[in-house]
Design a protein around this ligand. Structure first.
Ligand SMILES: *Cc1c(COP(=O)(O)O)cnc(C)c1O
Length: 376
């Protein structure tokens, strides 16, 4: 009989702690917005958009209802529609291809490389006469290596619409995720690195025409200056209250990133010598990449046993997206096999990586992982 008791619990993510960490400040912001009756398309939204555009060095940031809607808008603005094919990595959240589907086009899944991001050679192989765009997804807070992707886009005349939902603040060769193509898109889902108290998203672009169209799509096709309806639109607005919550947190965003990179470093130092694991690249291990660790995704031998062992020891982990790549959801009708991606999904595991874990929590996770591999 084992007498050991869990000395600590490290949940994967703590939703109540999100509010609890800064309760007084959040309450003040919410009260202020509600007292002003500032609900839809108000100053907090415009301030957030200006701050986001300024941070990324882009001309326009447009707050939208969520990132899935932002992707649909981005695709529509890029002129993607019926009869077009859009290439995306099957290692992603289903929102990436569902946006392609709802824009009226056909999503074409391809493999990911060793860094778990879209494989440029796989893109090249998937190009057909119908291909109109590529949707690179900068997962886990790491920007895709864009040089070869841009080269292929250039060679075949393809547009790039970025799913940068998980990558706000991350960079490739000094350039921010979300700024490489026609438009980039971000998610402010609560568990995202910059989260709000519900759903939220944004589209960013340097293109005046795309920005103008995106604003029309988000607000029923109404021109924001004249109020005239100039095309069919939707309701894709970001709530002003959510924007105010985002404004508050965005002030500390550099610190948020610093802390996530610190957590990643502790994992890296504690686990890098274990042959049973493949770790994400450590912060600063590659001069072309600046990673923000939206997630800390490892690959692990005997992944499911490890996960159970960690759970028994009070540690929450996550296998992303129900444990399947997009093309493996049979009801969606994909008829491909992508062995690299499928193998990755048998091994991948997200460890707790957020602002609520302490250094001791992270070291505890490290110790338990080491214990699992040394005793069994
Ligand atoms: C979260 C996420 C989305 C969807 O964002 P929502 O704001 O929830 O619509 C899309 N793509 C990726 C990679 C994501 O992680």
């Amino acid at each position: 009989m084992s007498l050991s008791v869990s000395v600590r619990t490290v949940p994967f993510f703590e939703y109540p702690a999100f509010f609890g960490r800064q309760e007084a400040e959040f309450t003040a912001v919410i009260t202020d917005v509600l007292r002003r009756g500032a609900f839809i398309l108000q100053k907090d939204l415009f301030e957030f958009e200006a701050a986001l555009a300024n941070y990324l060095g882009v001309k326009h940031a447009i707050g939208l209802s969520n990132c899935t809607d932002a992707l649909i808008v981005a695709l529509k603005c890029a002129g993607i529609g019926a009869g077009d094919e859009v290439i995306f990595p099957s290692h992603t959240f289903v929102a990436s291809p569902s946006s392609i589907h709802w824009a009226g086009a056909t999503p074409v899944p391809v493999e990911c490389g060793p860094d778990h991001l879209i494989d440029a050679q796989a893109i090249r192989k998937a190009v057909t006469s119908k291909t109109k765009a590529i949707m690179p997804v900068s997962l886990n807070g790491r920007t895709c290596a864009f040089d070869p992707i841009l080269e292929i886009a250039d060679e075949f005349g393809l547009k790039i619409v970025e799913d940068s939902a998980q990558a706000l603040g991350s960079k490739y060769k000094g350039k921010f995720a979300g700024t490489f193509g026609v438009a980039g898109t971000f998610s402010f889902y609560p568990a995202k690195i910059l989260g709000c108290f519900g759903d939220g998203g944004a589209l960013v672009t340097d293109d005046d025409e795309v920005a103008h169209k995106a604003k029309l799509y988000r607000d029923h096709g109404r021109d924001d200056e004249t109020g005239e309806v100039v095309q069919w639109g939707m309701n894709f607005r970001l709530d002003n209250l959510q924007a105010a919550i985002l404004n508050l947190q965005f002030k500390d965003y550099d610190e948020t990133i610093r802390r996530r990179r610190e957590v990643a470093s502790i994992y890296d130092l504690g686990l890098r010598d274990l042959p049973q694991l493949a770790l994400p690249p450590a912060p600063d291990s590659d001069k072309d990449h600046f990673d923000v660790y939206q997630n800390y995704e490892i690959e692990a031998d005997r992944r499911d046993d490890l996960r159970t062992f960690l759970k028994e020891n009070g540690i929450g982990t996550l296998i992303q997206w129900g444990g399947k790549a997009v093309h493996q959801w049979e009801q969606l009708g994909f008829k491909v096999s992508l062995p690299e991606t499928e193998r990755m999904f048998e091994r991948c595991l997200l460890l707790p990586c957020n602002l609520f874990v302490s250094n001791d929590d992270v070291r505890y996770v490290v110790d338990k992982i080491r214990e699992f591999y040394t005793r069994s």
